[in-house]
Design a protein around this ligand. Sequence first.
Ligand code: KG4
Ligand code: ZN
Length: 341
Amino acid sequence: MRILGIESSCDECAAAVVEDGRTILSSVVATQIPVHAKYDGVVPELASRKHVEWISGVVGEALRTAGMKPSGLDGIAATARPGLIGALLVGLSYAKAMAWALDKPFVGINHILAHLYAPRLSGDIACPYIGLLVSGGHTLICRVDGFDDIIVLGTTIDDAVGEAFDKTARHFGFGYPGGLAIDVLARKGDPLAFRFPVPNLHKGEHRYDVSYSGLKTAAIRQLEQFRAPGSEASPENIAASFEKAAIDLLVSRLLRAVDDTGIRVVVAGGGVAANSYLRNLLGERKDLDVRFPPLELCGDNGAMIAGLAFERFRRGDRDPFTLNASPRVPVFRRLPGRSGA
Ligand code: KG4
Ligand code: ZN
């Protein structure tokens, strides 16, 4: 089964053709980062307009690289939620129009579940496992019982982890998104140079939660001091200490989930899953079976959309062309006693 997956939820205009949920025949990602860089963040209206300009070319290139005609596809899918509503509508409408014109099955895909599917493009992973979704918009620690069956154990109570990297990076003078730039700078610094505050979220319903607003503020304050005359602090040390604090917090909550559930398979996804400190730290855990997507599948891409769509098509799912895009995070099951979406 050859599926076309389209992703346009934020600032990447992407399409891929994937065979049987495993073999990536093509994956094209056109990034809008240069378009948004001067605004220090994604401008939703500009994102939608660029998707409109680029989507035909990106889909065409994905089909050409896969050596396929549209008529050879067995199904068409696009991200339906969550994301920027205007940006989502471009990819979703394109996919629906294509599926209607070609008389092909169509499904709309949940972007969060697709990130968690990305490591499965490299090989089967038996459920249940602990999912770690870390991106610019989301931070989730969850128990994954099936490709669309997850229970959220923990999340952030304020900023997403990638958002904390991006906001802190701005104060280093890095453009948007700055996560990778902090990661690169941190490699040259001493992670033990500064001790940043650890949020006091240990008990009850916050047992697996994280918080980043305090850490972000502390790192920014440290940077301001570094600029003061006579300061011996270095940006490298601040970056390394910030990165260590941010990732150690995440990993401590993840390990709590592993210990409490007894599930020792951990599957990461999302842009921050590209972070080298996180990959090394979890990679060293010989007591865990840790799966990361390859770097090119950590950020937004069409292959994860096509991969998850394959599972849904195989189960017999079809979505109607009336399916609408939604900016909202879907309501997942949560641990009993927890509130919120
Ligand atoms: O999954 P993604 O491409 O888009 C969202 O759905 O948000 O994730 C982008 C996020 C940005 O916040 C970016 O700064 C962060 O991933 N990121 C990183 C690294 N590479 C990308 N954060 C830390 N270290 C990295 N190496
Ligand atoms: Zn994403």
